[in-house]
Ligand binder design. Structure first.
Ligand code: ADP
Ligand code: MG
Length: 396
């Protein structure tokens, strides 16, 4: 069921509590914002609210302060960057709840922007505490959620407040939901799901749900080793979850029953240890030397994946093909990213690491959609109704 958005509600003169995801990566040494794409992603909704004369009260979490005030996780630098991006003054509240903040809100005029202090300075935020939610509610007349990246968490600012205020989606939330809904229910076909990442256990539900939704599954990354081993191959010292071997077998069997091709790497880059500068070699996955680790997919697998993906009209990619943090093992992941960017198909990037690679390579504009929420998009694709989405008003 589609959700109501800011466009479906009267906001002129109203105090609008806008939950955004300003949880941007910060440089550990300098504290500087290393990537402001999450702030940029929230601009369309903020601009709309201002253009329609709302009083805009922004709230977000930043980092993991675990319920106490952490000086270098204050929201002020984010508010400053927002002000630069908007070309407008943005004020910062003394906290996110309480009398003083209520006074600050009282002073707002139509079109003003106030950013509340880091929500997670209060443990009640993550606990979805009802009193804390009500204190947030005191600040506003309407609640808008644009924090897709946090929608899989039932916190006070994502779920609690929606009980007491008319709750609608912002434009980023709407876009993320539209893309993922279409992917799950009405993709242009053929469609493919390319999965990588470290562990099978993180992606079981994803594989299970997607094999009923797409025309082919391709699996690389660390989790491929468990599937290879489940088929009886030697995988050396590669990352394997032995307690998931039976499940891997079952998933391969299910794919067969659904008639969905399930492609695994046919060759791999292997190394004696996972360390920069170690010698590597490429071997067929039927012949992985017993003392070695799979660190990336090999050139033949890359070619195989290209060939299959080329046939598709819709592709969802979640998870790197190798240990991409080390440049020597990043070839598979980077080649796939570059290849997807050249396709004329619908290309959707979910998953934190895969999105990071695409951003870092400057390819985001060449994809149809790069999700701003790794965990949230993963949950969504598993078929889970996100708690932060569920509480928004349905469009009649
Ligand atoms: P995403 O965030 O895109 O969903 P994951 O969090 O599931 O991806 O996995 C990312 C991690 O997977 C990376 O840290 C990467 O090093 C690791 N990884 C990928 N391939 C391998 C491999 N062959 N062996 C061990 N780890 C791997
Ligand atoms: Mg991840």
């Amino acid at each position: 069921m589609p959700k109501k958005t800011v466009e479906d509600i009267e906001i002129k003169g109203k105090r609008v509590l806008l939950r955004v995801d300003f949880n941007v990566p910060l440089n550990i040494n300098t504290g500087a914002i290393s990537d402001d794409s999450r702030i940029r992603a929230s601009l369309p909704t903020i601009k709309y609210l201002i253009d329609h004369k709302a009083k805009v009260i922004l709230c977000s979490h930043l980092g993991r302060p675990e319920g106490r005030v952490v000086e270098n996780l204050r929201i002020a630098p984010i508010a400053q960057r927002l002000s630069q991006l908007m070309g407008l003054p943005v004020s910062t509240a003394s906290d996110c709840i309480g009398q003083e903040v209520e006074n600050e809100v009282d002073k707002l005029k139509e079109g003003d922007i106030l950013v509340l202090e880091n929500l997670r300075f209060h443990p009640e935020e993550e606990a979805n505490d009802a009193d804390f939610a009500r204190k947030l509610v005191n600040l506003a007349d309407i609640y808008v959620n644009d924090a897709f990246g946090t929608a899989h968490r039932a916190h006070a600012s994502t779920v609690g407040v929606a009980k007491y205020l008319p709750a609608v989606a912002g434009f980023l939330m709407k876009k993320e939901l539209n893309v993922m809904e279409k992917l799950l229910h009405d993709p242009e076909r053929p469609s493919a799901c390319l999965i990588g990442g470290a562990k099978v256990s993180d992606k079981i539900e994803l594989v299970q749900n997607m094999l009923k939704k797409v025309d082919m599954l391709l699996v690389g990354g660390g989790m491929a080793a468990t599937f290879l081993k489940a088929q009886g191959y030697e995988v050396g010292h590669s990352l394997v979850e032995d307690d998931k071997l039976n499940l891997a077998k079952k998933l391969l069997q299910e794919a067969k029953e659904w008639g969905v091709p399930f492609l695994l790497p046919i060759d791999a880059v292997v190394a004696g240890e996972i360390k920069a500068g170690v010698p590597t070699r490429v071997t067929p996955t039927t012949n992985i030397p017993s003392g070695s680790h799979i660190v990336d997919i090999g050139p033949k697998s890359i070619a195989l994946f290209y060939n299959e993906l080329r046939k598709c009209r819709t592709i969802i990619w979640n998870g790197p093909m190798g240990i991409y943090e080390m440049p020597q093992f990043a070839q598979g992941t980077r080649s796939i990213a570059r290849f997807l960017s050249t396709l004329d198909a619908t290309t959707i990037i979910g998953g934190g690491s895969s999105a990071e690679v695409v951003q870092e390579m400057g390819l985001a504009d060449k994809m149809t959609h790069v999700s701003t929420g790794g965990g949230a998009s993963l949950r969504f694709l598993e078929g889970v109704t996100l708690p932060g989405v569920k509480v928004l008003l349905d469009k009649k």
